[in-house]
Design a protein around this ligand. Structure first.
Ligand code: SF4
Ligand code: SF4
Length: 504
């Protein structure tokens, strides 16, 4: 693939952008690498964590059990009716993202977004292969194999959240996995290949909606990656003499080369940024930027940050590392490119970034995130241990037996998520003399019915409630079906219902 060229707004010269961004060392590179390792490790290893739940229950710590319609996360089990908790967590995630963006710009995009993490992995593999075999046909073949393997591992890794991880690879190979597992592996392999191997920065530049509306979250006090125009301009060759106000590391007031030292507006006012940063073609004195283009060649999205904040900048900080490397070699102070507030050019050159944490917007998002987290946390702490329903069967509403007693049938659905609960006891309140049994049960009914719960902790049965003739009420009579733990006697659920007798 030929190197692409940045044109149009290029200030002094077209910059040849490499296929694979150049490697760089520095603080943000180390942070990104550490986060990539942690996040990829979490993604691939989480399904392999085990959690003992008891006989007959899945031993996978985090499992989306679709047939059982539940999500198991260590000791917690979520059912479809717990959706508000998931909604709370989603609101928390969104508010936390807004909060982080308001304070520190696109840190999510630059460090933790899956597209960034996987692209970073693919870039690292590409660089390694080029280093091992050089450029050419062998490199292309090796890259293709490596991409395919990573994409396949990603697909299997994702599927392992839904099917027992240790047995999944074997079942896939033996052709014994469900068809949905093969489909999921195929789709995830394909999308990983497409997005991380081919689309890469195009996802951030053209496909992702997040940069489009994040501008609404940023303001002049948000930390963003900034080029210090006042210090860097006019850029020139290394041997060009340095501006006297910068020489000797004495930093005075900004020395703008453009018309006005106003900071470039966020997103879109690139023209202003260009006017501000456009250098003289052959300056007799230069600022700290030697126009080495290193900050551009390490950038995963090919942005020239010297033109001002742009939609393509994902805030990864790699250009900061690259420029710091150059500054150290030039024996100049670091920070020509740095995380700073957008209004930084209006302040003295090396003044440290000043972030106003106590802004209404940041406070509002932070508070909303805490509230959503509190809501979900409370929901998790108070998850009801039992879900039970007893639906009266109305066709017919009652059955008169040969000895004159009357029986009502109920469709009983029961599920629980309490560790160690193998049985529940059922009784009827509000109906003196009521006897119970299950539809599938032989033998006489009893006032208290003990039911063994299956290994999947759920039960779907017909419950029969029977009353001797003498005690049968006329018409409808309100009752409560009460479920208790037979060991502790603790009430697990109380189901309001009714018993129907013949009208008298
Ligand atoms: S790395 Fe620094 S010195 Fe080199 S072009 Fe970028 S801003 Fe200028
Ligand atoms: S300009 Fe490029 S390298 Fe610099 S922070 Fe933005 S995306 Fe990263």
């Amino acid at each position: 693939m030929p190197a692409t060229t940045l044109q149009g707004l290029a200030p002094s010269r077209a910059i040849a952008r490499p296929d694979i961004p150049h490697a760089v060392r520095g603080r943000f590179r180390r942070l990104k690498t550490a986060l990539t390792v942690v996040l990829l490790g979490l993604y691939f290893l989480t399904p392999w964590l085990r959690w003992e739940r008891g006989p007959g229950l899945p031993g996978q710590a985090v499992l989306f059990d679709l047939p059982g319609r539940r999500l198991m996360v260590f000791g917690l089990e979520f059912w479809p009716q717990d959706l508000p908790i998931a909604a709370g967590m989603m609101v928390f995630g969104a508010m936390a993202l807004f909060f982080a963006t308001t304070l520190a710009g696109r840190v999510w995009c630059g460090f933790a977004c899956p597209q960034t993490v996987w692209s970073d992995l693919f870039f690292a593999v590409d660089r390694l292969i080029v280093r091992l075999v050089g450029k050419g046909a062998a490199e292309r073949r090796l890259r293709t194999v490596a991409w395919l393997l990573i994409a396949l591992a990603t697909g299997i890794g994702f599927t392992a959240y839904f099917i027992d991880a240790p047995t999944l690879p074997g079942r896939l190979l033996a052709g014994q996995a469900p068809a949905t597992a093969y489909a999921t592996v195929l789709v995830l392999t394909g999308t990983t290949w497409l997005l991380a191997a081919y689309a890469r920065e195009r996802v951030c530049l053209h496909m992702c909606p997040w940069p489009r509306f994040q501008a609404a979250l940023l303001d002049r006090q948000s930390l963003v990656v900034t080029y210090q125009h006042g210090r860097g301009e006019p850029r020139g060759r290394r041997r060009t003499p340095l501006r006297p106000d910068l020489a000797g590391q004495g930093f005075g007031e900004p020395q703008p080369t453009g018309p006005a030292p106003a900071a470039p507006r966020l997103m879109g006012l690139v023209a202003e940024a260009v006017a501000f940063s456009a250098p003289e073609p052959f300056p007799s004195l230069r600022g700290d930027c030697i126009d080495c283009t290193r900050c551009v060649t390490v950038c995963p999205t090919g942005v020239d940050i010297r033109r001002g904040l742009q939609m393509g900048c994902i805030g990864c900080g790699l250009c900061i590392d690259a420029c710091n490397e150059v500054m150290v070699k030039l024996d100049r102070p670091e920070g020509l490119i740095r995380f700073d507030v957008e209004s930084a050019p209006l302040r003295p050159l090396l003044a440290p970034p000043r972030v106003d944490w106590l802004r209404p917007k940041a406070l509002a998002f932070g508070l909303a995130a805490l509230l959503a987290l509190g809501f979900s946390g409370y929901g998790m702490a108070t998850l009801p241990p039992v879900s039970a329903h007893a639906e009266p069967q109305r066709n017919p509403p009652f059955v008169q037996l040969s000895d004159g007693s009357v029986r009502n049938d109920y469709a009983l659905r029961l599920a629980h998520r309490r560790a160690g609960l193998a049985e529940v006891a059922l009784r009827v309140e509000g109906l003196e003399g009521a006897q119970l049994r299950l539809g599938t049960q032989e033998g006489a009914p009893a006032p208290v019915l003990r039911i063994a719960i299956g290994p999947d902790r759920s039960l779907d049965e017909r419950l029969l409630v029977q009353l001797p003739r003498a005690d049968v009420p006329s018409g409808r009579h309100d009752i409560a079906i009460v479920l208790t733990d037979p060991d502790s006697g603790a009430e697990l659920a109380r189901l309001p219902s009714y018993f129907w007798g013949p009208e008298r």
